[in-house]
Ligand binder design. Structure first.
Ligand code: UDP
Ligand code: MG
Length: 320
């Protein structure tokens, strides 16, 4: 194998023992058909099963296989970030380990890259074999994100994409801890294009994105790229106190100029509940931002690597 690597494929894995052998086989087939040099960079995100052992074993006889082994689970977005830190290819491809993203699409991505696009992302036109709730929540997620951010983050697009080295170098300069990688890629710019595909069913195993993680990802996406929620809570506050004043005038009018008395404890309770609820909601929104500021100021490293396999000496990356 030559010294320079053309394609780096990053595969984040978290308890993917059931699929990883097939993923390796499919990727190997696709990449060897390109006839160019490549590396398969597996990132073990603190799995508790044997998937890292399997990859380590492959690495013994296949020099294209590399493994970054995290000290614990840091999350999908951090895993792909680590992959980019270590990747040395002229083009970097990110793909899920569960074969929901068909590896054969890499051919089309490479073709677009060779046409001159620096980012080629895969956009889902259909999702197969996922629950209605997952489809619905994912669709809502992308639309909420689009409505709340100023930069254009493409809808129905995951992290399955090809990026030119230039884009990866720029990404590595962004130090934030709460990462929403696909948003960062949109923010960076360059010539970007989409290819459409039908998202397959997970080959085996179960999703590692339960609702809680989806909500976290959604909040990371929104808070990283927009302060609209803060503005909206300001407007909402103005609206509510405005309507409170109008009601006060009405009460005063009734008390001073009519002989009707307003009976009110039921309305008082409901108004109190609504207003206090709104205040807490706004505090919650504020908290989301402040919590993230706190995270960033600590300046902790993004991830901790237990060990790496298959890398040459001196290939340790430096984050700026
Ligand atoms: N993943 C990871 N760390 C995590 C969660 C997920 O590395 O904490 C990986 C997982 O192994 C898979 C990819 O991220 O390769 C996408 O996860 P998954 O397929 O479970 O998400 P879904 O497709 O259901 O949205
Ligand atoms: Mg999946």
């Amino acid at each position: 194998m030559g010294d320079t690597i053309q394609y780096s494929v990053i595969i984040p894995m978290y308890n993917e023992e059931a699929v990883i052998q097939e993923t390796y086989r499919r990727l190997k087939k696709v990449l060897s058909m390109t006839g160019e040099t490549y590396e398969l960079l597996f990132v073990n995100d603190g799995s508790r099963d044997r998937c890292a052992d399997i990859i380590r074993e492959y690495g013994c006889w296949d020099e294209t296989v590399k493994l970054i082994d995290f000290s614990r689970n840091f999350g999908h977005q951090i895993a792909i970030t680590a992959g980019m830190d270590y990747a040395s290819g002229s083009a970097v491809i990110i793909i899920d380990a569960d074969l929901q993203d068909p590896p054969e699409l890499i051919f089309d991505m490479i073709a677009k890259w060779k046409e001159g696009f620096e980012v080629v992302y895969a956009q889902r036109v259909k999702r197969k074999g996922e629950t209605l709730f997952k489809k619905w929540s994912a669709s809502l997620f992308y639309r909420v994100l689009r409505a709340s951010t100023e930069i254009a983050i493409p809808v129905d697009t995951g992290d399955f994409r090809l990026m030119d080295r230039k884009v990866v170098s720029e990404l590595k300069k962004l130090p934030e801890n709460n990462r929403f990688v696909r948003g960062l890629v949109s923010w960076i710019g360059f010539r970007q294009t989409a290819i459409e595909y039908e998202r397959d069913e997970r080959l085996a195993g179960e999703t590692k994105y339960p609702l809680k993680r989806m909500v976290k990802l959604c909040l990371d996406g929104i808070t990283s790229f927009s302060i609209k929620p803060l503005k909206i809570s300001g407007y909402l506050g103005a609206l509510l106190s405005g309507s409170g004043f109008i009601y006060l005038f009405y009460v005063l009018y009734m008390a001073l100029f009519t002989d009707q008395t307003l009976r009110g404890w039921a309305s008082l309770v409901s108004v109190m509940l609504i207003f206090n609820g709104c205040v807490l909601l706004m505090l919650g929104i504020l908290g989301e931002y402040i919590g993230r500021i706190y995270d960033e100021t600590k300046g902790r490293p993004l991830y901790i690597v237990r060990d790496v396999h298959g890398m040459k000496n001196g290939e340790k990356p430096v984050r700026k």
